[in-house]
Ligand binder design. Structure first.
Ligand SMILES: Cc1ncc(COP(=O)(O)O)c(C=O)c1O
Length: 394
């Protein structure tokens, strides 16, 4: 196929990042035009920026059912995770931090950063579907566990963890619980008030918002114990210094409000609305024995499809090779999570799920967004089949 003739590749990598949702750029631009001052300045430019910032924080609070003072603005999920985990651990006596074996590298890195401070790092195992083994998890909550972090929606295989059960167990043991909700929030907005979670991380660019802004939600009781990682100007009650990006936050608010609307109206751009599109794709692609869906069959992100690839003779096919072949055919997907797909190493997530070593580099991920539609399915399947053929012919 002539690449130029086919137009731009169909984008199936929503879990890596998304384009801006309609109206987000406009909202960012309008806010920048109207309230571009520094929110900490005392003159009228500063006051109108501070007012706009507060209004947006309240808007986000009402979308997530959180109070504005429970919301910290960060540069994205990586920063929120480090602030939540390292910021809270610094006021606790060293003990054990418990994470799952399928965390995003940002959580693993934040937890590892505690070990020179006297903390022990434990990883709760998962089963072959990437689902946390609850009996092992509960055992690991025994003293001296003092902090828990578990990813809600796994970015590489899509599995959703039983957040309510995990949160209830942490509450029972009086242990603060952070969840990385980065991928979940792109599909449906959680109700913070009823969630048994103490700290929650989100990032705008996975949701159709701008890159460079994220949130850490923190319950008041734990917020008092949080120590800043970034110090200096003392913004956000000394918890996160640095001039707040009023306009990026407004872009995030717009994206989140569209996700909520889509959820309420059942629109096919996220959540339950996009599940049907993903399911159609799964049925069509998995007709051949070369392609197998992995992750939890039901408890998984609705826009996510994780596949394992083999040749017709049953040999493992490299996910990275398939990603390049798919790009040649006009499909943009990823092997593993975006952060690890540049490296040619075994996937730590597939390893934790107990896949045989020869299959741990054979995963790819398709993730859909508001820009995808039913009419693309036929083209996606055709292109996929051609890429698979090309890889098997080599
Ligand atoms: C589950 C999860 N957590 C954290 C991150 C990091 O997000 P950010 O790019 O906003 O720092 C990502 C991005 O891939 C992710 O998928």
């Amino acid at each position: 196929m002539d690449k130029a003739e086919a137009g731009p590749p169909i984008y199936l990598d929503a879990c890596a990042t998304t384009p801006l949702r309609p109206g987000v750029q406009r909202r960012i631009q309008d806010l920048q035009n109207q309230a571009w001052g520094n929110p900490s300045s005392l003159h009228s430019y500063g006051l109108s920026a501070a007012e706009a910032l507060e209004r947006t924080r309240v808007e986000i609070g009402s979308l997530l059912d959180a109070d504005a003072d429970e919301i910290l603005i960060t540069s994205g999920a990586t920063e929120s995770i480090h602030l939540g985990i390292r910021g809270l651990a610094s006021s606790l006596p060293p003990g054990r931090i418990l994470i799952s074996a399928v965390e995003h590298p940002a959580v693993t890195a934040a937890a590892q950063a505690l070990t020179p401070l006297g903390w022990e790092l434990a990883m709760a195992p998962v089963d072959s579907e990437g689902f946390i083994q609850l009996d092992r998890f509960e055992e690991l909550l025994r003293p001296p566990t003092r902090l828990v972090s578990v990813i809600w929606g796994q970015s590489e295989v899509g599995t959703l963890q039983p957040l309510k059960t995990i949160g209830a167990l942490c509450q029972l043991h009086g242990i603060p619980f952070h969840t990385d909700a980065t991928q979940v929030i792109s599909q449906a907005l959680p109700d913070w008030n009823t969630l048994p979670v103490d700290l929650l991380t989100a990032s705008a660019h996975k949701c159709g918002g701008p890159r460079g802004v994220g949130l850490l939600l923190v319950r008041r009781a734990w917020k008092q114990k949080l120590a800043a990682l970034l110090t200096g100007g003392g913004q956000q009650n000394n918890l996160r210094s640095g001039t707040e990006s009023t306009m990026l936050l407004a872009g995030m608010a717009e994206a989140l409000s569209q996700i909520q609307r889509s959820d309420v109206e059942g629109l096919p751009d996220s959540g339950n609305g996009i599940r049907g599109l993903r399911d159609q794709l799964e049925v069509r692609l998995c007709r051949t024995a070369c392609i197998e869906a992995i992750g939890h069959p039901q408890q998984r992100l609705p826009h996510h499809l994780a596949l394992l690839l083999r040749t017709p003779s049953g040999r493992p096919l490299s996910g990275r090779r398939m990603v390049r072949a798919l790009d040649q055919q006009g499909l943009a997907v990823s092997s593993g999570s975006a952060c690890s797909s540049g490296r040619n190493t075994d996937s730590s997530v597939l390893t934790a799920m107990g896949l045989p070593s020869e299959m741990r580099r054979s995963g790819i991920r398709l993730s859909l967004g508001f820009w995808n539609a039913d009419h693309q399915i036929e083209t996606i399947v055709e292109r996929f089949e051609r890429a698979l053929q090309a890889c098997c012919d080599d």
